[in-house]
Each structure stands twice: as C-alpha cells, then as structure tokens.
Design a protein around this ligand. Sequence first.
Ligand SMILES: [Zn+2]
Length: 300
Amino acid sequence: MEWIERVGNLRQWTHNGTRAPHKPLLLLYALGRFQRQPDRSMRYSDIERDLRELLQDYGPAHRTSPAYPFHHLVSDGVWEVRTDDGEPSPGTGVRVLRESGARGQLVPGLRAALSTEPALLGQLAQLLLDSHFPPSIHSDIAAAVGLDLEPAEVAARTAGPAPERRRAAELRRRVLVAYEYRCAFCGFDGSIGRVPVGLEAAHVQWWAFQGPDELANCLCLCSLHHKLFDRGVLGLDSGRRIAVSQEFVGHGTAARTQVLALTGQTLIGPQRGSARVAPEHIRWHTAQVFRGEARLAEHA
Ligand SMILES: [Zn+2]
C-alpha cells in the first residue's frame, strides 16, 4: 500500500481549501503515458504544451507554469527528473528545464509496482481524481491525460462502498425535494414515468475540499448545468444570481438560451423552509472554480 499512501499524501499540499491540482494533473498525465509507453521518459520540452493546457483547463484560475509540478513532484517520491548530463532537476526555470534536456519519469519502484500489480494504476488514478476533482469531470480529465480506465472498474470505484452510496443517495433525495425536482438554473424538470431523469445534486464547495453534505452547500442541477458549474463556466454572485464566465463562448441558439441567457438570473428554489446556498461556499466556488471574469447581464 506504500504507493497508495504516497499518492494520497499529495493532498497535504492543499491547505485551507485552496486547490492545487498541479502535481495531481502531472501524475495523472504520467500514469496515462505509462499505460502506453511504460519505459519511456518524458522530455520537458515535449510535454510542456500538454501540461500547460491541462493546467489551463483543469487547474485553478491563476496561471501556473508547467515547470512547477515538473520540478516539485520529485519531492513526493513518485517522480524523478534527469538532465542530459545525468544531473537532477535544475529547478523550476522554464528555460533551464528546456535547455538542459530535463526528462521526467515515474520512479523505478513505482514503475515496477505498476507492472506487477495491474490493478494499481486504476487505483492510483481514481485516488487522484477523487481527492482533487468532483465526479462530474473525472472522465473528462482521464480523457485529457490519455488514461484508459476500465469503465466497469471506474463505475464500481466511483460508486464507492455501500455506506458511501447510501449517503450520496440520501443527499440527492433531500436536494431534489428541496428544489422540487427542478434545475435551480434553468428549471429543467424531466422525468421518465415518476422517476426524475437528468437531475443531480451538485456540491458548491467540492466534497474533496471539505464541502459538507448539506443543503446549504448543494444545488439541484440538470446534467448540463452541473457539468458547467463544476468546470467554472457557471457560478453564483454574492446575491445568489447566476454568473457566466466571459471565457465561455457559444454562438448557437442552444448555447445562447441554455447558458448565456442565464447571466444575472436568480436561482429557482429551494422551496420555503429549505436552507439556501451559504455565502462561504459561494465564495469558495468563486475563488477556486469559476473561470476568470463574469459576463455582464444584457440589461446592465
Ligand atoms: Zn439546468
């Protein structure tokens, strides 16, 4: 279990609910590469662009250099860096990493363990995803880093042990009742027979970052708006009005009516007597998830 513990400890790098997904993203990327080319190291200059895009798409709002995780992941005992001269990592300077021919790779012990225990790669990947990202975007990240996770395995692990599943099911039920089975953003209320479909309980402050399983930290959202909320396209302002990121672009009718037109709208629900989303969780989402600046409402 040594490797699971080491990878789990990457989490200690995050404090006070601040997201720092740089190292987890690099490690997920390295696991994806290992799956395809187990013995090949990665030259910094070759993967710099991939890493920069990953950080842009799934990292926090502030910009970070890809050199940062490339150098610093070494200290966690799962990754090693060597230059063309056989020296250790020269630091976090982009130029020196490029010019020294720095190459990174999972440490030999981890590569050996991954080769002898076929299930370990999936376990480590899922641990990283669970510890740093909400479930709605796990498959997007796996695809972005080129990780091929066994769909059945992922489903089983995502669902978790029985008490976890009961906890999630009970929370979903409470959230859907509070919002009267409607998306708080668009009012979508589809069902098949009597069973609601395409409606989900979304955490505002992510569960992986100490967001509690309480109505004050949850919204009932349709699948589309849940995904856009977790990707930081949608957010809430201090008056609980819907914010749409300036970085979101869509010209078609659907993008306009289902996303852009939400700018400045007030939430639908919850019903009277149910806790509304608390300001501290909105502040966390705004600082850690929402992308860039909010668009202005058309009438503003
Ligand atoms: Zn919706």
